[in-house]
Design a protein around this ligand. Structure first.
Ligand code: FAD
Length: 391
């Protein structure tokens, strides 16, 4: 097994960021989460407050206009914001997810041009990888970019894109060599308003309802060659992998936030609800449920921070740690939210109580950015390869 050692402590700056976002979540996110969910409404007002507080800038390096707090900053933000609302967090993190292909593969000019706008918080971004026929099977994508002079002509459809329609800037993956599978994949920056670039209907989802999800529809969209990420064709499968390695610990952190919120509500309710003349928290069955929930949350949190630090350190096993953290924390969030509903009994099954929303929101964590099955496939494939190489 891997020998990666890491320091669990956060720096002073990271702790300050955590306190700042905690206050914003308490005052701005939690009071509005249920209403945004009910109305299926994008959190525009909350993002104004986030922007003023520098939360968008906190996700980026100083070199490109960010605060340069470090690689754990957006993991901290993700855990705290998701504690208040996973929908708000998904919509917020979409910008960083969309920026990652530029961070890992962009040229200096491209980073200066687009990352600075995102760090400034005036523009937001989205990540366009998935297609109607290419979800887990990423190499099956069909979007095609054909070079004509100093432009690429892009045709295709992207599915389930978080922030689509709201975002200004899009990193979109397309084939530039049709017969080369993942080795024929490139990434382009598209901007809202480009001719032929439109969005599908707003999806009516089970959870994370305030995070807008739509298709990206590209019909003969003309994109200048300067928008080819990295300036080299057929290298973007690597950018996609690096993006997912980096983003999965942040998704894991959001799962920790969701699970922690469900736990806090559940223990609070168990301490005040009475049946058979006593608080339900005095029943061993409830106590064991709470103990299991708390153990899984702590284990998820540690794995998440370890994965975040492994990615930041460029450790050789970062992909495995990322997949482990994302899978374990997502499964934990779903299990803990389910148990929280159980502890609330019938009340937990209604919209009157917050655990119903947490239960609906938690499910997406096992689906997006690689399903729990895909994470397990990746973990096992890596372990088997490693075991074979030791022989
Ligand atoms: C709300 C939402 C937001 C999203 N946001 C974005 C975004 O911003 N950008 C983006 O690019 N994508 C986004 N996605 C897409 C998301 O990453 C995909 O939905 C996900 O990767 C699964 O793909 P799929 O839905 O096509 O499911 P499929 O790949 O069709 O999977 C269906 C089932 O089969 C299982 N399965 C598939 N292959 C295997 C296998 N080899 N072994 C075992 N089981 C397997 C899966 O685990 C799953 O249970 C989003 C999705 C949703 C729902």
């Amino acid at each position: 097994m891997s020998d990666f050692h890491f320091d669990v402590r956060f720096s002073e700056e990271e702790l300050q960021l955590r306190d700042l976002v905690r206050d914003l979540v308490k005052n701005e996110v939690i009071p509005n989460a249920l209403s945004l969910d009910e109305k299926n409404e994008y959190p525009t007002e909350i993002f104004k407050k986030f922007r003023e507080a520098g939360l968008f800038a906190a996700m980026f390096s100083e070199e490109y206009g960010g605060l340069g707090i470090g690689d754990m900053s957006w993991i901290i933000l993700s855990e705290e914001i998701a504690y208040g609302c996973l929908g708000v967090n998904t919509a917020f993190l979409a910008t960083k997810l969309g920026a990652l292909p530029l961070e890992v593969g962009g040229t200096k000019e491209q980073k200066e041009r687009w990352l600075t706008q995102l760090a400034g918080g005036n523009k937001t971004c989205a990540f366009g990888l998935t297609e109607p026929g290419a979800g887990s099977d990423v190499p099956a994508l069909r979007t095609y970019a054909e070079k004509k002079g100093d432009r690429y002509i892009i045709n295709g459809t992207k599915q389930w894109i978080s922030g689509a329609g709201q975002a200004d800037i899009y990193t979109v993956f397309a084939l530039t060599a049709k017969d080369r599978g993942p080795r024929g994949m490139s990434c382009f920056v598209l901007e809202k308003g480009m001719k032929g670039f439109s969005f599908g209907k707003k999806e009516d989802k089970l959870g994370i309802r305030c995070s807008e999800t739509r298709q990206l529809i590209m019909e003969d969209v003309e994109v200048p060659v300067e928008n080819l990420v990295g300036g080299v064709e057929n290298t973007a499968f690597l950018y996609a992998l690096k993006t997912l390695n980096a983003s999965r610990p942040a998704v894991a952190a959001s799962a920790v936030g969701v699970a922690q919120a469900a736990f806090d509500y559940a223990i609070g309710y168990a301490r005040q609800r009475e049946q058979f003349g006593v608080k339900i928290a005095s029943f061993q069955a409830i106590q064991h449920m709470l103990a299991d929930m708390a153990m899984r949350i702590e284990a998820s949190r540690l794995l998440t921070y370890k994965a975040g630090k492994a990615v930041a350190a460029g450790h050789k096993d970062q992909a495995r740690f990322s997949a482990m953290a994302k899978c374990y924390a997502a499964d934990t969030a779903m299990a803990v939210a389910t148990d929280a509903v159980q502890i609330y009994g019938g009340y937990g099954y209604t919209k009157e109580y917050p655990v119903e929303k947490l239960f609906r929101d938690a499910k997406i964590l096992q689906i997006y950015e690689g399903t729990s099955q895909i994470q397990r496939n990746e973990i096992a494939a890596g372990l088997i390869k490693e075991a074979a190489s030791r022989k």
